[in-house]
Design a protein around this ligand. Structure first.
Ligand SMILES: [Zn+2]
Length: 293
C-alpha cells in the first residue's frame, strides 16, 4: 500500500513538473517569436496595403490595426484622386506620410492628401529640392506644423503592430532615384518591400547590408525600369507577389521586358496598376491574400 502511494505521489510530482516545464517552454517560444515580430498581439486586426493606380507614378496606402501611412502620391494631377481616396475611406488622419524622393511622380499628389488628412510625422530622403510639387508638399506640412524628417537607414517606426524599417538609402548617390527611401514593413510573419525608384547601385548596397531583404510583396523598383531590379536583388527578395506601379502606354517604355522575364523566372506573381487598376493585399500576420477588385 505504502509503495503504491509513493509511486502515485512520484507520478503526480512527475506530471506537475512536466506541466511546468512544457508551460515554461511554450512561454519562452511565444516570447521568442513575439520578439522577432512573428506573433501579433491579440488585439491585432490585420494589415491592408493598396497600390493605387496613379498612372506613371507611385502611391501606396498602408493601414495596420487602424493606423495609416501614405507612401508617395503620384503626379501633381493625382492630388484630387488622393484626396478622394482618403475621403472615401474616412482617413482624416495619417500616422505617417512618406515621400520616397522628390520627383514629381512621387511627391506630386501628397499635398492633396494633406488637404484632407492631418499627419503626425513626415519623411523624405531630402528636405531640399527645387520644384513646384515639392514646394507644395513642404507648404502643406508647414501649415500643419509638421517638420519633414530625413530618416537614417535602420530607423524603425511602428504602425499598429507593423514594424516599418528604413533600409535605404545606405549611401549618397548622384542619381536621385537611388536616394529613394526604401521601406521594409513586417506584420507578424508577413513582409513588404517598398523600393521607390531605387536602381542597381542602391540595390547592390542593400544586398551588402545586414538588412533582411526577403519579402512576400515587392513593389518593383522604378516602375519596372531596366535600371532597377538587378537579378540578384530580386533573387534575394524572392517575392511571392511583385507589384509594378506603371502608366498605360507610358513614354518611358516601362516596364522593361527584361524585368518581367526575371520576375517570371523567379516565380513571382506579377500585378500591374496599368492593367489591374488599384491592387490590394490583406495580411493576417501569417500570409497575404490578394483582394478582388
Ligand atoms: Zn518614379
Amino acid at each position: 500500500m505504502d509503495r503504491r502511494r509513493r509511486s502515485f505521489a512520484v507520478l503526480v510530482l512527475f506530471l506537475c513538473a512536466a506541466v511546468i516545464i512544457v508551460g515554461y517552454a511554450a512561454g519562452l517560444l511565444i516570447r521568442f517569436f513575439r520578439e522577432r515580430g512573428e506573433v501579433l498581439p491579440e488585439d491585432a486586426s490585420g494589415m491592408e496595403i493598396t497600390f493605387l493606380d496613379v498612372g506613371e507614378g507611385d502611391a501606396i496606402l498602408v493601414t495596420a490595426d487602424g493606423e495609416s501611412m501614405l507612401v508617395d502620391g503620384g503626379v501633381p494631377e493625382c492630388s484630387d484622386l488622393i484626396y478622394a481616396v482618403l475621403r472615401d475611406r474616412g482617413l482624416d488622419h495619417l500616422r505617417y506620410i512618406v515621400c520616397t524622393h522628390p520627383h514629381a511622380d512621387h511627391v506630386g499628389g501628397l499635398s492633396g492628401a494633406l488637404r484632407f488628412a492631418s499627419v503626425d510625422e513626415a519623411f523624405c530622403c531630402t528636405s531640399e529640392y527645387d520644384s513646384r510639387s515639392f514646394g507644395s508638399f513642404l507648404a502643406a506640412l508647414k501649415k500643419q506644423g509638421v517638420e519633414l524628417q530625413i530618416p537614417e537607414a535602420g530607423r524603425e517606426l511602428k504602425l499598429g503592430a507593423a514594424t516599418i524599417t528604413v533600409i535605404g538609402p545606405l549611401s549618397h548617390y548622384e542619381d536621385l532615384n537611388d536616394e529613394s527611401l526604401v521601406l521594409r514593413i513586417d506584420y507578424g510573419g508577413t513582409s513588404v518591400l517598398l523600393t521607390g525608384d531605387a536602381g542597381y547601385q542602391a540595390e547592390t548596397d542593400m544586398m551588402d547590408s545586414d538588412f533582411p531583404l526577403r519579402a512576400d510583396i515587392l513593389k518593383v523598383g522604378h516602375h519596372g525600369s531596366g535600371s532597377s531590379s538587378y537579378y540578384y536583388f530580386l533573387d534575394a527578395v524572392e517575392p511571392q507577389f511583385a507589384v509594378i506601379s506603371v502608366g498605360k502606354d507610358n513614354e518611358n517604355g516601362h516596364p522593361s521586358e527584361n524585368v518581367l522575364e526575371k520576375l517570371e523566372k523567379l516565380g513571382a506573381q506579377v500585378f500591374r496598376t496599368d492593367t489591374d487598376g488599384d491592387i490590394t493585399f490583406i495580411s493576417d500576420g501569417r500570409r497575404f491574400i490578394k483582394k478582388d477588385n
